[in-house]
Design a protein around this ligand. Structure first.
Ligand SMILES: Nc1ncnc2c1ncn2[C@@H]1O[C@H](COP(=O)(O)OP(=O)(O)OP(=O)(O)O)[C@@H](O)[C@H]1O
Ligand SMILES: [Mg+2]
Length: 317
């Protein structure tokens, strides 16, 4: 059933004092999958990641990494994890190479392996020109890459990255996203982000978390398609606004029509309707039968921004 899932989270709950930062999270991530962890500030993303990486224990519930319980088999579980925390604790007075070597020693890697892996990750993360630069002198983007480099140093199966592209400029962000995508396939990844387009670009599946609970879980595309079973269309019609609006409203399945704008005798209408059936045929007929001009009709898919807002604003809770 879940033999190939590398991360299995079941009923995970974390209290800070008597405040439940995360409650009852259940999800799993398949081998080689990139899961996006999405949610507004304070949703519980970092908390979940800190628990998954063994940084702090859950209050209740369980999580398994590569089959190892993060509490009962913490050491084994941690050997399979690479973690890029929200604030990477980099040592500013070390060079990148010294830092990576230091991290390798902490993790009990052999000297030869440290040397060869350090070279590998410097290449993977495109840090060649900075290997002997003090971390304190690196720009934010290169520090972030150094953070990623330490996360993959010991070749973990599972990577957990907390907002890996935060603070990175637009040029570096493209490269960093590509780097993260390239890591998928071999690794199993969870990345957290607020950046919705990033999720569509990088992730195969998204878990949206709000006030410590999962409010949606799907592929970025399905989330867009299925939300509330509604369908949205825009239609450009040449005809009298009031009558056109009325005629559209009378079409079966239409729930709402609004007039957006118009120029020289034509108007743009936004239509929301039930997903079942195809309203388009009836809509076109309504317009043409009245002798108006149908200039254009398009289906509108909800952007992730809209979905996110709908799922995380007040009525969701
Ligand atoms: N050490 C702590 N002690 C008490 N409360 C905490 C602690 N860390 C986080 N919280 C609270 O737990 C909730 C979840 O915080 P968390 O940092 O997990 O959110 P997040 O989703 O990572 O947010 P962001 O997008 O801002 O990084 C918040 O309400 C936060 O104030
Ligand atoms: Mg956070």
């Amino acid at each position: 059933m879940t033999t190939e899932s590398m991360i299995e989270v079941d009923g995970l709950t974390k209290y800070y004092g008597d405040f439940p930062a995360v409650s009852g999270l259940t999800f799993s991530v398949r081998k080689g999958e990139i899961l996006g962890f999405l949610g507004p500030n304070g949703a519980g993303k970092s908390t979940t990641m800190r628990v998954l990486t063994g940084y702090m224990p859950p209050s209740s519930g369980t999580a398994r990494i590569a089959g190892y319980d993060i509490v009962g088999d913490s050491l084994k579980a941690r050997q399979h994890i690479g973690y890029l925390p929200e604030n990477v604790p980099l040592y500013t007075e070390m060079t990148i190479r010294e830092y990576l070597s230091f991290m390798g020693k902490i993790r009990g890697m052999s000297n030869e392996r440290i040397v060869s892996r350090t070279n590998d990750v410097i290449q993977i993360c495109h840090l060649e020109d900075y290997r002997d630069t003090l971390i304190g002198k690196l720009s934010k983007g290169f520090r972030q890459r150094t953070g990623i480099a330490q996360a993959v140093l010991h070749e973990p199966d599972v990577l957990i990255m907390d907002e890996p592209t935060i603070g990175i400029d637009p040029i570096q962000i493209v490269e960093t996203r590509q780097l993260i995508k390239d890591l998928g396939g071999e690794h199993t990844l969870i990345i957290s982000t607020h950046i919705l387009p990033e999720v569509s670009m990088i992730c195969e599946r998204v878990v949206i978390i709000h006030e410590g609970e999962i409010v949606a879980e799907d592929t970025p595309k399905n989330l867009g398609d299925r939300l509330e079973g509604t369908e949205r269309l825009t239609m450009e019609v040449r005809g009298p606004i009031k009558e056109v609006t009325k005629a559209i409203r009378n079409v079966k399945g239409v729930q709402d029509v609004s007039f957006a704008n118009g120029e020289s005798g034509s108007g743009l209408y936004n239509i929301i309707g039930k997903r079942e059936g195809d309203m388009r045929v009836d809509l076109a007929k309504a317009v043409v039968d009245n002798g108006w001009g149908l200039l254009r009709m398009e289906a509108v898919t909800l952007s992730l921004e809209e979905i996110f807002l709908r799922l995380t604003t007040a009525e969701g809770s």
